[in-house]
Design a protein around this ligand. Sequence first.
Ligand code: ADP
Length: 480
Amino acid sequence: MLNSIKARLILWFLLTFSLLFIVSGFYLYLEQKRATLSGVDRFLEAKSEFLAGLIEVDPDGQIHFEPQEVGIKRQSTLYDFSFSGHYYQVFFESGRPLALSPSLGDFSLPVEIDRALKEEGYFWTTTGPRGEPLRVYTHKVGLNHGPVGKENERFVIQTAESLEEAYAFLASLKRLLLYSGPVALLFSGLGGLLIARLSLRPLKLFSKEVGEISETSLDKRIHEGKVSRELKELAKAFNATLDRLEEAFRQQKRFLSDASHEIRTPVSVMKSYCEIPLRKARSAAEYKRALEVIFEQIKKMEILIENLLTLSRLEQKRLSTHLERIALDDLVENTVSLLAPLAERKGIPIRIVPRPSVVQGDKIQLMEVFMNIIDNAIKYNRPEGGIEITFKEEEKEIIVEVADGGIGISNEALPHIFERFYRADPSRAKEADTAPGKTQGAGLGLSIVKEIVENHQGRITVQSEPGVGSTFSIHLPKAA
Ligand code: ADP
C-alpha cells in the first residue's frame, strides 16, 4: 500500500493536517484558558477596588462597611444570595473581620493576613462552599484619610468568584475540539485524495502514452510540449531511450537481412555448381572444378559464420578474455610479419616505429584487432601508398596509430564504417585481395575490432581524407 504514491500523498496530507490541527487546537485551548482566567482576575481586581471604596470612617473614628450605599441592586443581590459563587471578605489588619458577604453563609475563606500585608495583591484557586472551584484575590488597602490615629489603618480585602462557568466554557471548547477532530480528519483525507488524484493525473496520462508504444510503433514519441513541467525531464529521457531502442532495433533488422544476404550469395553459387554436373555427366576435370568452387564458397561461409559468432559472443561479453600483460609492440610486429607476404605482393611497404608498450589484454583478440586494421590498410591502399605504424604513450593509455596512404574514406561513409556489414565501396572490397582467414569484404572486420577494443576498456578512432589515406588510432589502457 505504501508503494503507491497516491497512498503516500494522502498519508502525508493526513499526518500534516492532523499535526496542524492538534497543535493549533492545543494552542487555541490554552490561549482561551489563559484569557478566561485573566478575565476573571481583572474582574476580581475591579471588585476589590470597588469594595475598598465602601470602607467608611466616621468623624469619631468608627469604621463601617456600607454596601447599601452602592445602589447597584444587581451587585448587592449577587453577594446577598447564599453560595451564589460571588464572595468577599474584609478584615482589619489585626485579622478581625470587618465585613463578610452574606453569600458566604457560615463558610469562611481561608486568609493569610500576614502574607497579604507583606505582599502585593495575589491570586489563588481554592474550593468554595459548594465544593466549586473558586478564584480568590487577596490584597491590602490603606485608608489614607480619616481622623488622627486612623489614617494609617490598613485592611485586607478578599474577593472570590466561582470558576464553574469559566470551567464549563473551557470544557465545552475541549469537547468541540475533540469532536471536530475526526470530522476535520475525514475532510482532510478527502482533500488529500482529491489532491493526490489531481496531481497524479498527468502521470496517468503519461503512462497511457507510454503504454501505447510497442515494438511496432517505436517511432512514436511522448509529446514533450504536452506533459507538465515536472514530467518534461522524464519525457525527454524516455524519448532519448526510445531513440536508442529504435536505432538498435533498426540495426538488428538490418543485420538480419544483411546476414541472410551474405549467406545467400555463396549458397546460390554452390547450388548452381551442383546443378550443372547433376544435369548430365561431366568430365573429371569439370567435377574437380565444381568441387573447388563449392569448397571455396564453404570456406567463405565458414569464415562468415565464425565472424558472426565472434561478434555475437563479443557483444554479450561472453568471449573468454585471458587477460595477461602483453608487449603490444611485439604483438603488432608479429602481426605485421604475418601480413608481410600480402603487402609485398601488392608492393606496399610497411614501416613500424616500435616503442616498448605494455597493456593488459587478451593476446588472440588483440591480434585479431591489428590483423583487421593492417589487412584493411593493405586492402584499401594504392600502389604508391605505404603504411606507417607508430606507438604513443600517454598518462593512462597506449595509442597505436596505423596510417595508410590509401584510397581514404568519404565523409558520408566515415560515421558508419564500424557498423556490421557496412562497406563504403562493396565492389572494391569484394575484389580486394585479403589476408587468409579474413572475410573478403563482408563488412564485419571493423565491428569486431570495435567490440574487442571496447571490451578492453579502450576506444578506436579514425581520421581519413579521400585520395590521401586513413589513420586508425587504437587507444588501450596501460597495464598497471
Ligand atoms: P571489410 O570486410 O569490407 O573490409 P571492415 O569492417 O573491415 O569490412 O571495413 C568496413 C569498411 O570500411 C570497408 O568496406 C571500407 O570501405 C572501409 N575501410 C576500412 N578500412 C579502411 C582503410 N584503411 N581505408 C579505406 N577504407 C577503409
